[in-house]
Ligand binder design. Sequence first.
Ligand SMILES: C[S@@+](CC[C@H](N)C(=O)[O-])C[C@H]1O[C@@H](n2cnc3c(N)ncnc32)[C@H](O)[C@@H]1O
Length: 358
Amino acid sequence: MLMTDVSSRLSPAILPNSLSVSRLVSVKYAPQRLPVFVFRSARASYDSVETNPSVDSVIEKEEKNILACPICYNSLKSLISHPHGSVGSPASGSTQLQCSTCKKIFSANETHLDLAVASGTKHYTEPLPLSIELFRNPLVSFLYERGWRQNFIWGGFPGPEKEFEMAKEYLKHVLGGNIIDASCGSGMFSRLFGKSEHFAMVFALDYSENMLRQCYEFLKQEANLIDKKIVVLARADAARLPFLSGSVDAVHAGAALHCWPSPSSAVAEISRVLRPGGIFVATTFIYDGLFRFIPFLEDLRQEVMRYSGSHMFLSERELEDLCKSCGLVGFTCVRNGLFIMLSATKPSQISSASCEEL
Ligand SMILES: C[S@@+](CC[C@H](N)C(=O)[O-])C[C@H]1O[C@@H](n2cnc3c(N)ncnc32)[C@H](O)[C@@H]1O
């Protein structure tokens, strides 16, 4: 069995017909990039993602693939079988990825790569919190973008297009880089990020297989997105991100933080994978203001969290605390009713000032 770099060997067989695997060949990152360099490369890539030779030649020196084993956090290699070997080859339509350290093999189906820790298990199962199981249901996944998400408007969510514009404002310093759409659901933001061409690569991640299927279906309908091949779909746990540390320019998490069983584990992971200067932007529902002083509502919130596994309605102060405790700085937010969009940044360098800020 031959092992080769993902960056040079991922075949369209991983995500057949549409899903952009070939773009993985040129995923680039610069963990220690200085801010001035980030600006230059992002700007140039934003204007012309792949054709600016000055940008490419600088970045190529730092080129690495950024997908990692969710167990070891070391890089993944693609497995190519011997001509008569038993492991699927690109020709047989089933390229697999293998961790260079623990040797675990990760496979892809028709719609997405499975980069969850328990991927490939035959007998092991574990009960997952309601907030995860709900979205694994095929009917919920089907209905999500066909009415469910639209109801968030009653909680003060401005709607996907407006939320996208707001997120873009927070992300303006990392345009041209790569972005994870964490807990992408049916992919409404992954599609907007992809269509905008503001990012060189969009990693659409979710834990729900059925959400990823919906995401794939919607992507297929956006013909130009398929041609441009900038969205990669993968199943992954937000609390165990399959990326190398310091390899990602931006993480977006729309209406997801309250669904994560452990927001602190997920935000810590986001902080780990962000490069210095990388940006986290998220929306969620908050519980704040006068509500906090109504004892019955506070009790209800605790009970809902206990039984659903959901972290619906954290307060702004709790969210800021959460980001800080995970090593993110410069917390800022916009609020409207129960809606909050927050952003925080991975510090560019550890100075005494930023240590104090933490
Ligand atoms: C309310 S939907 C949000 C979808 C989309 N981002 C949006 O803005 O509408 C929440 C998503 O979080 C996903 N999710 C829940 N727990 C997760 C976890 N631990 N890791 C990854 N995704 C998770 C669910 O599968 C679901 O698709």
